[in-house]
Write a protein that binds this ligand. Structure first.
Ligand SMILES: O=C[C@H](O)COP(=O)(O)O
Length: 341
């Protein structure tokens, strides 16, 4: 799961938030570890402190002009370009894949000094039914296909069927599997069962990377979010992900802060770097910059790269492209000029 943006324009180059054209990070994959309930029981989260911490971000951190363009180009490389709708079709998935391969109009890239350089999204994320279509459409691009499996979005189908769905997605060529956890295990504090569930998912993923969706909007408290994060990482998650996009409340900055702090603790204790994926409702360039700032402040530059940071989004790319157009032309275009993504 490694890609890099290659930057040509010198002013954009200096503004890029992480190594331009740099080498992919060599990450040791999280092997998981035995469940240690002390690591779970000791977790405390101060909600008002978390809210204060993230509320200060927009006023404190800002990037403009070339710097903003550079951060937004980097964000594109981290997008899991997503379609997860009941009316998805093969043609829609093919169009999405075409957009993932060429996320920004050629004339804009030229004016940004990017012409001819590699730029694509982090992945394309679809339901299992469309994995094969996406794999074929993305062949040779290096863009992985992520499948939402395990009875997405509620995750209430039988456990054995969840395992079969993961196996089928892997067989069809998915390189990343976004699973939903059973929220009841969190709401009842049944950490052993949650751990066993995620361990089983990880085992059938084989070499595909496992992103565990917590559905944080269903988990009631930040403490539950933090505890579930820790259990999923101990069970072998490669990424922890906030939401399906279908809960009443999806990705938020306070939830992100709680999850990032757990990633930090897990790394301090085990040495493994776990990725983070906010998803659901992230639709503007302004939103995504705040997530990037928080990632950098909490975990450092490594977490601005697509092997440790993904943004699950269906419409964000359109706004980013619009902002890039404004950057190079001074004008905003209508959203319908950026129809996909
Ligand atoms: O995982 C990705 C989400 O389902 C996308 O949510 P969104 O449509 O609000 O961008």
């Amino acid at each position: 799961m490694t890609q890099s943006v290659f930057i040509q324009n010198p002013s954009v180059l200096t503004a890029l938030p992480s190594s331009p054209g740099g080498h992919p990070q060599q990450l040791a994959r999280n092997s998981g570890r035995a469940l240690d309930l002390d690591w779970v029981d000791e977790i405390r989260i101060n909600l008002s402190a978390a809210e204060r911490r993230v509320a200060s971000l927009p006023g404190r951190r800002t990037v403009k002009k070339d710097a903003q363009a550079a951060w937004l180009l980097k964000a594109i490389t981290c997008i899991d370009l997503t379609t997860l709708n009941g009316d998805d079709t093969t043609e829609r998935v093919k169009r999405l894949c075409a957009k993932a391969k060429a996320p920004v109009r050629g004339d804009l890239l030229e004016r940004l000094g990017f012409a001819g350089r590699e730029l694509h999204t982090g992945a394309v994320c679809v339901y299992h039914r469309f994995v094969r279509t996406a794999v074929e459409a993305l062949a040779g691009s290096g863009i992985p296909v992520a499948a939402v499996s395990t009875g997405f979005p509620a995750g209430l189908i039988p456990h054995e069927l969840k395992l079969k769905e993961i196996e089928a997605s892997v067989r069809d060529g998915a390189k990343e599997i976004d699973i939903v956890i059973t929220r009841e295990h969190v709401l009842t504090g049944d950490w052993r069962t949650l751990y066993a569930e995620v361990q089983d998912f990880r085992a059938v993923c084989d070499n595909a990377h496992l992103k565990t969706i917590l559905a944080t909007g269903d988990l009631k408290t930040l403490r539950n979010v933090a505890k579930a994060s820790m259990v999923c990482m101990m069970a072998g998650a490669d990424f922890i992900k906030t939401s399906t996009g279908k809960e009443g409340v999806n990705a938020t900055l306070p939830v992100t802060l709680a999850m990032l702090r757990m990633i930090r603790v897990y790394q301090e204790r085990t040495g493994f770097k776990i990725g983070f994926k906010p998803a659901g409702g992230i639709s503007t360039a302004k939103d995504v910059l705040n997530y990037q700032f928080l990632m950098k402040e909490e975990l450092g530059r490594d977490w601005l790269e697509p092997d440790l940071f993904r943004i699950g989004a269906s419409s964000l790319l359109a706004d980013i492209e619009r902002q890039l157009e404004h950057h190079v032309t001074g004008h905003y275009s209508a959203f319908n000029r950026h129809p996909v993504g």
